[in-house]
Ligand binder design. Structure first.
Ligand SMILES: NC(=O)c1ccc[n+]([C@@H]2O[C@H](COP(=O)([O-])OP(=O)(O)OC[C@H]3O[C@@H](n4cnc5c(N)ncnc54)[C@H](O)[C@@H]3O)[C@@H](O)[C@H]2O)c1
Length: 364
């Protein structure tokens, strides 16, 4: 399955395929001759499959969010320079969102912009991180503090890579799929909900990969189509539409901060945030109760936490503080995305109504 998008002046093609692509084919497709592969310690074997014996340098980063820093960017840039990569050369990210964010940032600044291809190997990478052009790294204790917009002209999503994905990463990606499908309404179709629930064994590591991956393929394709359409309409998050992708994320980021970064997976926090966004939307008379109930029912069936307060929310002061410092807060207003009669919409809440958010989060 192929999808073509235009993000501002740049084109991005997504290739959802069975197998991990080879470097020769990638280079031929973009008429480049020299490449540097970037991966982490868990995706190095997949990077070797991509390389397939070709003479390309491989930059291996330690896995994990702690790696998402300037030192890693510098390492990628140095490996590329030592390999003699010029501006026509190609950076190939082989990994999840961590590797693609870092590698894409490095590509965007290398000699003022080099070639970039992403081979996405996690569910979250496929349905979210690889697509849409956001790059970056963490700094000053702030996630994605520095970054650029630099969409990859080609993004490969090899389904075979999902065969080794741990349950925690399935859980993380699946929450983002649910969020994305709520945005385009396809979530509410019984067929979609059936497909989502079919992935339950992957969340506990009980399922056999092949049928699960087959079940995931159409959900990945739908999520790519939805995210791509939204980003096309607002490539650099200036007009507001791209902000819809933050559905559930304001609550999720505050929960992650209050729980201590790394304690919950991002997807676990997003799932809880989605249930809270539904509750807020209901309270404001925007989310039809039957829609809120449908979202909560699927989240609960998949064993995501939806209750209040979240068991990991031990420090309510830190939660409120994180809400206040949320970067989406502008001119004293908090912005939340809530499901609506169709898709979702953005609501603004002023400081005086913060107690409503605390109530929705089970803190008041
Ligand atoms: N650019 C964006 O628009 C965007 C959107 C969402 C998230 N992100 C970023 O993405 C990152 C999270 O992405 P992620 O969840 O993919 O995390 P990740 O890249 O850290 O991958 C999660 C774990 O899975 C391992 N892994 C990767 N592929 C594997 C495979 N096929 N089999 C087994 N293990 C595998 C990784 O080594 C890592 O340990 C965060 O840094 C986040 O900020 C970016």
């Amino acid at each position: 399955m192929n999808y073509d998008f235009t993000f501002g002046r740049r084109k991005s093609s997504v290739h959802i395929e069975q197998d991990i692509p080879g470097l020769d084919g990638i280079l031929a497709a973009i008429e480049s001759e020299r490449a540097v592969l970037v991966c982490d310690t868990n995706t190095v074997e997949m990077a070797e499959v991509v390389r397939g014996g070709a003479a390309a340098a491989v930059c291996v980063l330690p896995y994990g969010e702690n790696t998402k820093n300037w030192q890693s960017v510098e390492k990628i840039l140095r490996v590329a320079a030592e390999a003699g990569l010029d501006r026509d050369g190609l950076f190939v990210a082989v990994g999840g969102g961590l590797v693609s964010d870092l590698c894409a940032f490095a590509a965007s600044v290398y000699k003022r912009g080099a070639g970039l291809v992403i081979v996405s190997t996690t569910l979250l990478g496929m349905v979210d991180a690889a697509l849409g052009g956001k790059t970056g790294f963490d700094m000053l204790g702030i996630r994605n503090f520095a970054g650029t917009f630099y969409p990859a002209p080609h993004i490969y999503m090899p389904l075979a890579a999902l065969g080794t994905l741990p349950p925690r990463e399935w859980r993380s990606g699946l929450a983002e799929i649910i969020k994305t499908l709520v945005l385009d309404d396809s979530f509410y179709a019984a067929e979609t909900r059936g497909r989502l629930l079919a992935l339950k064994p992957a969340l506990s590591g009980e399922g056999t990969p092949t049928p699960l991956i087959e079940a995931a393929a159409s959900l990945i394709a739908r999520s790519v189509a939805v995210k791509g359409r939204i980003v096309q309409n607002d490539p650099e998050e200036r007009g507001g539409e791209r902000m819809l992708l933050n559905l559930g994320h304001t609550f999720a980021h505050a929960l992650e901060s209050a729980a201590g970064l790394g304690r919950l997976s991002h997807g676990e926090a997003v799932a809880w945030g989605l249930s809270r966004a539904c509750a807020l939307g209901e309270e404001l008379g925007i989310t039809p109760p039957e829609r809120a109930e449908a979202v909560r029912a699927v989240l609960e069936e998949l064993d995501y936490e939806t209750g209040t307060p979240h068991p990991a929310l031990v420090d309510s002061g830190a939660f409120v503080q994180a809400l206040k410092s949320d970067k989406k807060k502008t001119r004293g207003l908090f912005r939340f995305v809530v499901p609506a009669g169709w898709g979702a919409c953005i609501v603004t809440i002023n400081n005086d109504s913060l107690n409503l958010i605390e109530k929705i989060s089970g803190l008041a």
